[in-house]
Design a protein around this ligand. Structure first.
Ligand code: DQA
Length: 145
């Protein structure tokens, strides 16, 4: 049994009503329930957090080192393109992570083409809507098995 932590960045609490043509119709609660169910069915423990504030995500990542988190799935949302602080936190705790995006940032505005996370991530899954999380979870569960 291992601990999986899923982190969701700013504005992802609005999923379902936020630009559905870009992000789809699934709510964050739908996505989290699916991930939790599949993680627990695989015999692991699941925790998740959505935060609009950078420091909340930094503090949760720091706490992950103390609570024995084995793997992180993170959609840093807009912080993908701005946050050295969250990147540094992940590097500091040295917990392996997958980067997830619902949309494909590479076919969007140029400012979304830079990620502060991809070069540290085990892998990046993007462009599959809510299924991006499912595919990243499949990879995470394989790694935890
Ligand atoms: C996102 C892509 C980011 O560019 C954007 O700021 C988000 C969501 C995605 O999941 O597609 O908030 O991370």
């Amino acid at each position: 049994m291992a601990k999986l932590l899923v982190l969701h960045g700013p504005n992802l609490n609005l999923l379902g009503s936020r630009e559905p043509e870009v992000y789809g119709h699934a709510t964050l609660a739908d996505i989290d329930a699916d991930l939790r169910q599949r993680t627990v069915a695989a015999g692991h423990s699941y925790d998740s957090l959505q935060a609009n504030a950078e420091h909340v995500l930094v503090e949760r990542i720091q706490a992950a080192r103390e609570d024995g988190t084995a793997l992180v799935l993170i959609n840093p949302a807009a912080f993908t393109h701005t946050s050295v602080a969250i990147r540094d936190a992940l590097a500091a705790v040295a917990i392996p992570f997958f980067e997830v995006h619902l949309s494909n940032p590479h076919r969007r505005e140029p400012f979304r083409h830079t990620s502060y996370f991809s070069d540290l991530a085990l892998g990046v899954v993007c462009g599959f809507g809510a299924d991006s999380y499912r595919y990243a979870l499949d990879a995470a569960l394989k790694r935890l098995a």
